[in-house]
Design a protein around this ligand. Structure first.
Ligand code: APR
Length: 340
């Protein structure tokens, strides 16, 4: 199952377990701040009492308690590293927080778990690197395991894709809008088509469609239906075979749920949403013309009139097919995400 990025207060997320960015004494119940303070406040005193029985927790490790008044069964407490001018083993220790918490969630049979951006508040790790470590550890885990993982990004500043990437994408969006609007203006100028020799403009001319039930038309409609093109589902399965990857590799790389993939697989005429098509196109690393082809089979097209399409197109043109990086950028521009 996939990774979803959401902007929310983690204490309100409904899932099997939420992860707490705790301190090594596990004393967040003593009026602490950040996620730790918020989780203890929402869970009530039972959480603090249980935490006191655990004997603390080392940096990079994780321990589990019940959820008490929170809308989750468990709280997984992990202790992130402190950032000290980039010194020390903080990236490995931070990666270990995600790994250990995910393994613990798996051990306790959790189907869904929500993480804050560990160590990126009071412990001072840079948010950009903290986010990259989170995404890479979670996506590595999801390649081998089925779980729905939420990465909860509390504030807008907590979610900064590389400034260079943001400015490159913003520039690309501007360029696309300018070209599109230039085209729109051209189209507006030439509408309605000029009358020639007093003839009615095309849009007003008599309809060309034959009378309903005309035998010739019916025959040709049947012919057309019999020669129907390959469907989206057929193209997807063909492309998976051509790439020599397994179904699971494909839907995991697409950040798509296994159940959704099975539905598509078993229904030749399945009608996917546009972002599902794009998620598969990205997972299959299709070039732009094939992406357009796949979209067309589901009744869609990439347009330069909306940011979502332009951002996805930007990544495809740059041959960056990492769905999690694309989603990072989509999230930064307040767009819906691929897959999920
Ligand atoms: N929901 C989701 N995310 C939140 C919330 C919330 N309610 N509150 C804060 N955050 C975000 C912050 O914006 C930050 O990006 O969580 C991230 C981690 O921040 P901290 O909670 O400060 O955690 P951390 O940097 O790991 O520091 C841990 O702070 O609260 C103390 O006891 C804790 O000593 C420990 C230290």
């Amino acid at each position: 199952m996939p990774l979803q990025m959401i902007r929310e207060d983690i204490t309100r997320v409904r899932c099997d377990a939420i992860v707490n960015a705790a301190n090594s004494a596990l004393k967040g119940g003593e009026g602490g701040g950040g996620v730790d303070g918020a989780i203890h406040k929402a869970a009530g005193p039972g959480l603090d009492e249980e935490c006191r029985t655990l004997g603390g927790c080392e940096v990079g490790r994780a321990k589990i308690t019940k959820g008490y008044n929170l809308p989750c069964k468990y709280v997984i407490h992990t202790v992130g590293p402190r950032w000290f001018y980039g010194k020390g083993k903080w990236p490995e220790q931070l990666a270990s927080c995600y790994k250990e918490s995910l393994n613990l969630a798996k051990e306790y049979g959790c189907a869904s778990v929500a993480f804050p951006l560990i160590s990126t508040g009071a412990f001072g790790c840079p948010k950009e690197q903290g986010l990259q470590i989170a995404i890479s550890e979670i996506s590595r885990f999801l390649l081998e395991n089925d779980m729905l993982v939420y990465l909860v990004l509390y504030d807008k500043a907590g979610f900064q894709v590389s400034k260079k990437l943001v400015s490159d994408i913003a520039e690309y969006i501007d360029e696309c809008y300018v070209n599109e609007h230039r085209y729109d203006r051209r189209a507006q100028r030439s509408y309605p088509p000029p009358k020639e020799n007093g003839a009615a403009p095309l849009a007003q001319s008599a309809p060309m469609a034959p009378a309903p039930g005309a035998p010739r038309a019916q025959q040709s409609l049947n012919d057309l239906l019999n020669t129907m093109d390959e469907s989206f589902s057929q193209m997807l399965l063909r492309k998976i075979d051509e790439k020599g990857i397994s179904d699971a590799q494909c839907y995991k790389k697409a950040n798509i749920d296994r159940k959704l993939f099975s539905k598509i697989r078993s229904d030749v005429h399945y009608r996917p949403s546009k972002n599902t098509v794009l998620a598969f196109a990205v997972a299959l690393e299709l070039p732009l013309d094939e992406v357009q082809d796949m979209l067309m089979k589901a009744g869609f097209a990439l347009s330069h009139s909306n940011k979502f399409d332009i951002i996805v197109e930007y990544f495809i043109k740059n041959q960056n097919y990492n769905v999690f990086e694309i989603n990072e950028a989509l999230f930064a521009f307040d767009q819906p995400l691929l897959g999920v």
